[in-house]
Design a protein around this ligand. Structure first.
Ligand code: FAD
Ligand code: FES
Length: 270
């Protein structure tokens, strides 16, 4: 279960919206190309205070001659992300990854619906970029929700990937007023389950709402979960989620090693 630890150097770490930062890290090319939906565990090198690694989804990736550049976006929510936000260009960080099982690309679906809440935009933006490369003629519909206009991130990049954008906010300060799942539900009839796949990432309540919306339909739907993690590599069982097995009995899977991407119908939404 041990994975390679890469020492990376911060190339930039900039505030892109209130309390949201984009950090780009240069790593050895051996890190390899991550799949959309995969994540990294990031830790500040040599910090005397104990600082557990924190998981972040890959937001961007570029391969250079002998190195690669991994981009992440993160919201400052607690101790770890606060320390991270204070790091300057040139600081060394430790990265373990790419980790986990990413999104499965279904090549027979011409309509792709992406539903993101808050920082769920990170893995889905990376997925949109990849889909544009591998399925150039697909139609990508991106539903992006946040609490308010300041929480809507990454729209420019998504428009470059020719995504058809639907923005919504809880307070109506940008886009439609309401939950992103409600806005998608209003338009779900314009998609056919035969030709559409749904990918989603966001807070658990949002994903639970989506599970309810598509219950009884034939839509293929994959979700990326953001459970709290300790080791990130399948060793501690701290990230277990309840899932249904084929006989419909309940068992547990590790979000870090068996996910973070799951079939939405597999999860027991308590
Ligand atoms: C696979 C995966 C991918 C992720 N990708 C991103 C990403 O791209 N961008 C991003 O901003 N965040 C992402 N997260 C969440 C991120 O890891 C946490 O926000 C971060 O670890 C918080 O660290 P902290 O020390 O600042 O906060 P802490 O001091 O540890 O906690 C502060 C607050 O945040 C809550 N919190 C901590 N971790 C999580 C979590 N995993 N889910 C929900 N609430 C949490 C705590 O309950 C607490 O209320 C991801 C999590 C996972 C598991
Ligand atoms: S975080 Fe340790 S098993 Fe998943």
């Amino acid at each position: 279960m041990t994975k390679n630890i890469y020492i990376g150097e911060i190339l930039k770490n900039e505030e892109v919206a209130q309390d949201v930062f984009q950090i780009n890290v240069a790593l050895h090319a051996a890190f390899g190309k991550p799949q959309p939906g995969q994540f990294v565990m990031l830790r500040i090198s040599g910090l005397s205070e104990p600082f557990l690694s924190r998981p972040f989804s890959v937001y961007s990736f570029a391969l250079k001659k002998n190195s690669c550049e991994v981009g992440l976006i993160y919201r400052v929510v607690g101790k770890g992300t606060r320390i991270l936000a204070g790091l300057i260009r040139g600081t060394q960080v430790e990265i373990i990854g790419p980790l986990g099982r990413g999104f499965e690309i279904l090549r027979d679906k011409e309509n792709i619906v992406l539903v993101a809440g808050g920082m769920g935009v990170a893995p889905l933006s990376f997925l949109a970029q990849n889909l544009r490369t591998y399925l150039p003629s697909s139609r990508i519909y991106f539903y992006l929700g946040a609490q308010n206009a300041a929480g809507i991130i990454g729209v420019e990049g998504l428009e470059k990937s020719s995504c058809s954008m639907s923005l919504c906010t809880d307070d109506g300060s940008i886009g439609k007023k309401g939950l992103v799942t409600q806005v998608f539900q209003e338009q779900i009839k314009s998609f056919s389950p035969d030709s559409t796949v749904i990918y989603a990432c966001g807070p658990k309540e949002m994903l639970k709402g989506l599970a309810k919306i598509i219950r009884g339909t034939e839509f293929a739907c994959q979700v990326s979960l953001e459970e709290r993690m300790a080791c990130g590599v399948g060793a501690c069982l701290g990230c277990a989620v309840a899932v249904k097995n084929k006989k419909s009995s309940v068992t547990y899977k590790r979000v870090c090693a068996d996910g973070p991407v799951f079939n939405i119908r597999e999860i027991v939404w308590k």
